[in-house]
Design a protein around this ligand. Structure first.
Ligand SMILES: [Zn+2]
Length: 147
């Protein structure tokens, strides 16, 4: 799972990933190319950007809802996998092609994308904060304090 720095980096760099062509170009080292469901074209059509790491070469991330999926199988259908994991993704529910959006509609999309990013960062920070509390409680217990 991506940390806060990675989420931030992705949020800013993915502002150009409304373009299906650019998303498709990100799948340079993608293992599934022919005679399967998750080709770079279909992955890009479903909103995904390839964001491999050393340990996870097949991680794909939605440029809009920032959901990360890995462990792809040739038969996986990218659009249905995306719907299964995050049916409310603003990209999936977009009624038009990106090139047909008005400036106002694009502004609303970007506002929604920003909200998703903030929600994810807040969840991460809350999780870190909970871990800190747990560590502090452990430390106090080891010093003999009781709850
Ligand atoms: Zn999404």
């Amino acid at each position: 799972m991506a940390g806060i720095d990675m989420l931030t980096k992705r949020f800013y760099s993915y502002s150009k990933m409304y373009s299906q062509e650019l998303r498709e170009q990100s799948f340079v080292d993608w293992p599934f190319r022919e005679e399967c469901n998750c080709t770079p074209e279909k992955m890009a059509k479903a909103g995904f950007v390839h964001c491999p790491s050393q340990n996870e070469p097949d991680v794909a991330c939605c440029f809009f809802c920032l959901i990360e999926l890995e462990g792809w199988e040739p038969d996986d259908d990218p659009w249905s996998e995306h719907v299964k994991r995050y049916p409310n993704c603003g990209f999936l529910t977009m009624k038009k092609d990106f090139t047909e959006l008005t400036v106002g509609e694009f502004y609303l999309m970007e506002q929604e994308r920003l909200k998703v990013y903030h929600r994810k960062v807040c969840h991460k920070k809350m999780a870190y904060f909970r871990d800190d509390i747990d560590h502090t409680l452990e430390a106090l217990k080891s010093l003999g304090f009781t709850e």
